[in-house]
Design a protein around this ligand. Sequence first.
Ligand code: FMN
Ligand code: SF4
Length: 421
Amino acid sequence: MPGLFDPIRIGSMEIKNRFVRSSTHEAMADENGRPGPALKKCYEKLARGEVGLIITGMAFVSQEGRSSVSGMLGIHHDGLIPQYRELVSHVHDHGAKIAMQITHAGRQTREETTGMKPVAPSAVYDRALLSKPREMTEEDIDRALGAYAQACGRVRESGFDAVQIQLGHGYLPNQFQSPFLNRRRDRWGGSLENRMRFIKELYGRCRRVVGDDYPILAKVSAEDSLRKGLKPDEGILMARKMGKMGFDSLEVSCGVYADGFSMIRGELPMDVFLEWAVYKNNMNRAMRFLMRRWGNRMFGVLPFTELFNLENTKAVKQAVDIPIMLVGGLRNPEDMERIIRNGDADLISLCRPLIAEPFFPKRIRENRRHPSKCISCNLCLTYLEWHPLRCYGGRRLNGHGSKRGTSTSSDFRCLSQAQDS
Ligand SMILES: Cc1cc2nc3c(=O)[nH]c(=O)nc-3n(C[C@H](O)[C@H](O)[C@H](O)COP(=O)(O)O)c2cc1C
Ligand code: SF4
């Protein structure tokens, strides 16, 4: 029976233990998507904290597919490769493996960010971003697929140990999967097979570029909580099909932006959230009042529970024979140990626990096995509009709406420094 500190192989990549840093947007890139010096420190800390595999924050494959968050990484042109090479080699020097997560936002972005109207399989209003995308043409689809394939080539060229394609969380491939967001009647919509065509094409094109020996991982949403969205019966079936398609590993998650960010769970700090440009500029006073009071209910935010993707992950794991990552609400080392020993998942993927404590795996190995210090306040997420990633431990900043770039130097610390040991 394997344990948390046993090595594992994903295709040609050997990872020294079962701990993965789940992709986490760090807001540490410049306006051209170029990684800044803070990111190097951030990854160094995670590597020193004995994370086996670090997955970068999402990187956009093309300007059109850029998400509307500040400080997002880019992998949309060759000029970025030298800087990523340096970053990767720094991580390797500290003993960890590193994969890059790539994404195309589809509808989950804004014209103000990309300079063009957001595109999607169908023109369905997005209640999280308060906008309606344009339906994609055949040329649009072909262009997006091409951008993913080129980005994969750059990831390999930069020396990353693997690429992770973001297929879930409401980004473009997930929009094609969803019966609610994809209303097409052509070969890209309708039946389950048609709604999976985009992902099948995507995998084939990326594989052709990187070759057979390079690990292609994927993060998937097995369900979302939109009323007519992706339900677990279809979502699990689709994930199983992906597991057999040739992906080297799957990370099983859930949710889209518009279902109240169910991939994260736990209340959103509405006072901070309402300062985001999209809400600040597009909501009248009455709406802001309602949102401040009942925003979490209006958005359909789900309460935080531990291990919220466990059942879906087990269902996928039973049907495929590639390594499977469990993510979402893992806080207790005893649960992590049991899950690996039982074979419910092969890897433990952590986001917020590693923001709160980048040295979490190391302290578990040293037998200091108390649960994660993360209290799921979600301030790390909501402050990203203004400040690079760090832990706030439930404490709000004074004047959180400060303009990006005007924060104090302590705001630019990578992750929490309080728990370095
Ligand atoms: C601040 C923050 C940034 C995130 N950025 C990403 C991202 O770039 N890509 C991604 O796939 N998921 C992202 N997520 C989701 C996490 O990877 C993870 O799926 C989710 O937080 C549940 O795991 P946890 O309970 O360990 O935090 C982010 C979550 C948070 C809180
Ligand atoms: S700010 Fe810190 S305590 Fe709050 S959710 Fe993020 S990591 Fe957890």
